[in-house]
Write a protein that binds this ligand. Structure first.
Ligand code: BTN
Length: 245
């Protein structure tokens, strides 16, 4: 792999997409790193809070070289979430890293990591995996709407955490998990089901044209969120969870 280091960037995902378009030959993976991200993006129109002490990076992946056909792409987000859960549990003492379908990692009921997977265009077989982890951020200084919903690794460990250590762990776990995805092994499906934060909860979800409410029965083999609604079992492959209790 290669490292693309930048002192400051608007968004590491923007830089990853730019590299994906520019480079004619890309290595298996390119790590986009920055000291400071000034306009981090989240899903939809959301922004990513990059407070002091946060870790934000992207991995530009050559899907051809890694044997990840486009049919796998919708599962990259959950797969990355699992890698982050593993990495966090290897770095700090916490037994309950959970996946909030489809792209967040929660610790103790609060968001510790957001994932944004983007592709410039499917013919290029390149995907940018953006990962933001609250490592040493003081979540008490987070914007008002996030306060009480965000948590950092240092909040849990009660001490400063070495961001490089977290980064290295995530990269190692991500390489392993993406290999599993390419091989289609069972472990991913088992793990995203067991790590599903929403299981047993009443979930509200916005789909393209509908709004559904139902009790969550976990995540199925295809990566769909399974909800038991008044209309029966619904499997959601994409959507935004607007509320859960
Ligand atoms: C979300 O919570 O909706 C996803 C947030 C993803 C944030 C990361 S930080 C690194 C990368 N660059 C971005 O602009 N976004 C992702």
């Amino acid at each position: 792999g290669q490292i693309d280091y930048n002192q400051e960037l608007s968004s590491t995902n923007n830089r990853g997409l730019e590299l994906a378009r520019e480079q004619s030959e890309i290595p298996i993976a390119t790590l986009v790193l920055t000291e400071r991200q000034t306009a981090g993006r989240g899903r939809g129109k959301n922004r990513w809070w990059s407070g002091e002490g946060g870790l934000a990076f992207s991995v530009l992946v050559n899907c051809g070289a890694l044997k990840l056909p486009t049919s796998c792409w919708p599962k990259i987000s959950l797969t990355t979430g699992l890698a982050v859960c593993d990495a966090i549990e290897k770095t700090i003492e916490v037994g309950d890293a959970k996946l909030k379908w489809p792209n967040d990692v929660y610790l103790s009921g609060c968001k510790a990591c957001g994932i944004l997977v983007e592709a410039p265009d499917s013919r290029r077989a390149r995907v940018v995996i953006g990962i933001g982890i609250n490592v040493n951020n003081t979540t008490a200084l987070a914007p008002l709407e996030l306060r009480g919903h965000a948590i950092s690794l240092s909040d849990i460990a009660q001490q400063k955490i070495e961001p490089t250590e977290v980064l290295i762990q995530v990269l190692q776990q991500l390489a392993e998990r993406l290999t599993s995805l390419a091989r289609g092994t069972q472990d991913l499906r088992r793990d995203w089901h067991t790590r599903c934060l929403l299981t047993g909860q009443l979930v509200e979800i916005d789909l393209d044209t509908r709004h559904l409410i139902g009790v969550c029965h976990g995540i199925d083999d295809n990566g769909a969120l399974v909800l038991e609604t008044e209309f029966g079992i619904e499997r959601c492959l994409s959507g935004t969870v607007s509320d859960f209790t």
